[in-house]
Design a protein around this ligand. Structure first.
Ligand code: GLP
Length: 257
């Protein structure tokens, strides 16, 4: 697990460079997209580079991580709508190139299995971007999720619904209780993973992920078994790491191409 600690701006430049290199080498790369506030500066930087004509997603495809169950298409809280507004429609993906799990399906188990099949038939994810929940979740894999879990229905924890109420007018009762999420096993099959952690409310989850004992109680610790993970943390999110871990981290400048 490579650890880079820097400002949110510099981390976004580092991540955008990584996308730029990947798409230059493999224009038809398969990307894994995450909703949430953590990747927003990366998405801004990618949109700026596409607008400037220095990179293109025209041949790429993408799969989102997760979706609430039961929100109608177009609901402002639905992750499909959020990813379109935050990223997809700001770059030049071809129509239909971005897919997400169908949280409105009448048969959710089948929708989950179908989503796994679609990822496999696309050849798997080349580069997955992740955030981290304050309870250490990745995608919507809540504490207790198996490292072997696949795309499935998950019940959201009270903590996650409280954290995400800000996207539903501050009303926790408006936050759905269930979601469809890629499993941890699904995520671990991505060939490369970049996890972004921004802000002091992520500090304890980051410390547990990077230095704690691997445990299903902190789903993000599963990433330690993956050969190609880069954790990008700002100083606030890195604040609970030991001095040794912080000393082993690099700055984004030091590793930018
Ligand atoms: C949600 C998403 C996660 C995301 C997490 C952190 O629960 N399902 O994929 O990583 O929130 O979000 P944020 O980046 O807004 O802190």
């Amino acid at each position: 697990m490579q650890l880079i600690i820097d400002t949110e701006h510099n981390l976004a430049l580092w991540a955008a460079d990584r996308y730029e290199r990947l798409l230059a080498e493999v224009p038809e790369a398969v990307l894994g997209l995450a909703t949430g506030s953590s990747p927003l500066r990366v998405y801004d930087e990618l949109a700026a580079r596409v607008a400037a004509g220095t990179m293109s997603f025209a041949s790429a495809r993408a799969f989102t991580l997760d979706e609430y169950v039961g929100l109608p298409a177009g609901h402002p809280g639905s992750y499909r709508r959020v990813i379109d507004e935050d990223f997809a429609r700001r770059v030049d993906f071809a129509d239909g190139a971005v897919q997400g799990p169908d949280g409105t399906a009448s048969d959710l188990s089948e929708a989950a299995a179908e989503y796994e099949r679609r990822i496999v038939s696309a050849g798997g994810i080349d580069l997955q971007i992740l955030g981290i929940g304050t309870n250490g979740h990745i995608a919507f894999n809540e504490p207790g999720s198996s490292v072997h879990s696949r795309t499935r229905v998950e019940v959201l924890s009270e903590q996650t619904r409280t954290d995400n109420a800000r996207f539903f007018g501050g009303d926790i009762d408006a936050v759905p209780t269930r979601c469809l999420t890629q499993g941890i096993g699904t995520i671990l099959e991505a060939r490369e993973i970049i996890l972004l952690a921004i802000g002091a409310n992520k500090a304890s989850a980051v410390a547990a992920m990077v230095e704690g004992a691997p445990s299903e109680r902190v789903p993000a610790t599963a990433l330690r078994s993956h050969p190609r993970v880069t954790v990008l943390a700002d100083a606030a999110a890195a604040a609970a790491l030991t001095p040794e871990a912080r000393a082993s981290a690099r700055s984004a400048d030091a590793v930018r191409a």
